[in-house]
Design a protein around this ligand. Structure first.
Ligand code: MEV
Length: 272
């Protein structure tokens, strides 16, 4: 049986995470870190777990496919690894279905992982580039923000679903409204304000705050870029500074794990 190979990008939310679940806008970009899935219609040689098991069960082919998954995306880093994996799996397995049908399958798998997802992750993974997303609708936007430095604050103990549920239990309407206004006027200089609002709603842990304060103290700005986490790490931190060399010196001095990413990568695509 012929194999199908699909790759899908990860993403960075530049502004608007969490508030986007409640109908406010977000700005998001695909990144050049991808997940690649090779699907063969053969009996599997191992037991699947987690998201993959759930997806294959839902799609009714748990005993019928052999998978090879290669990911450049850290799990739980806030870079959309689950949306990228769900999308790549569905596009490979449901190759002949319409886009609307593929979207529905990805949403079912994303909701299993996220509890209640806004749809922003699966939309950027499919479309690629840079998008403004609100209530299921999106527009392609042009940003000069084409590269970013990511600093690893550590893997969150909480899943995205747990973070979204925790926020749902609080009262954060005022902060969400401010985040929405900030998204509508977005420029990199607003990263610090967005970070403060995320801290106020309580999704940024101490480890991440410490890194972010150090970056701010030497004139930069930084924010978490996904669901966050408070018990341990908060995932990847997006960091900017007018003088990139200075930021790199700080990263080296502190031995923070970091990487440079390119923004605006292509969305999901067939590789064969
Ligand atoms: C996760 O990447 C972004 C959240 O806003 C959840 C969602 O939009 O589904 C935290």
């Amino acid at each position: 049986m012929e194999e199908t190979i699909v790759s899908a990008p990860g993403k960075i939310i530049l502004a608007g995470e969490h508030a986007v679940v409640y109908g406010y806008p977000a700005i998001v970009a695909a990144i050049n870190m991808r997940i690649t899935v090779v699907v063969k219609q053969e009996k599997p040689d191992k037991k699947y777990t987690g998201l993959v098991k759930y997806a294959l069960e839902q799609l009714g082919i748990i005993d019928k496919v052999k998978l090879n998954i290669n990911s450049e995306l850290p799990v739980g880093g806030g870079l959309g690894s689950s949306a990228a994996l769900a999308t790549a799996l569905v596009w490979a397995i449901k190759k002949d279905s319409s886009q609307a049908e593929k979207d529905q399958w990805v949403k079912i798998i994303e909701d299993f992982q996220h509890g209640k997802s806004s749809g922003v992750d699966q939309t950027i993974v499919r479309e690629g580039g840079w998008l403004r997303f609100q209530q299921g609708k999106w527009q392609v936007i042009k940003l000069q923000f084409k590269a970013a430095i990511l600093i690893d604050s550590g893997k969150p103990k909480e899943s995205t679903g747990e973070m979204v549920k925790m926020i749902a239990e609080g009262r954060h309407e005022a902060e969400f409204k401010k985040i929405g206004e900030l998204v509508n006027n977005w420029r990199p200089e607003l990263i610090q304000e967005n970070e403060r609002l995320l801290e106020k709603i309580g999704v940024v842990g101490e480890k991440a705050k410490k890194i972010i304060r150090e970056i701010e103290a030497m004139g930069g700005q930084a924010k978490i870029c996904g669901a966050g986490g408070v018990k341990a790490g908060s995932g990847m931190i997006l960091a900017v500074h007018k003088n990139k060399a200075k930021l790199k010196q700080l990263i080296d001095k502190n031995k923070w794990k970091s990487s440079e990413v390119r923004l605006g990568d292509e969305g999901v695509r067939y590789e064969n």
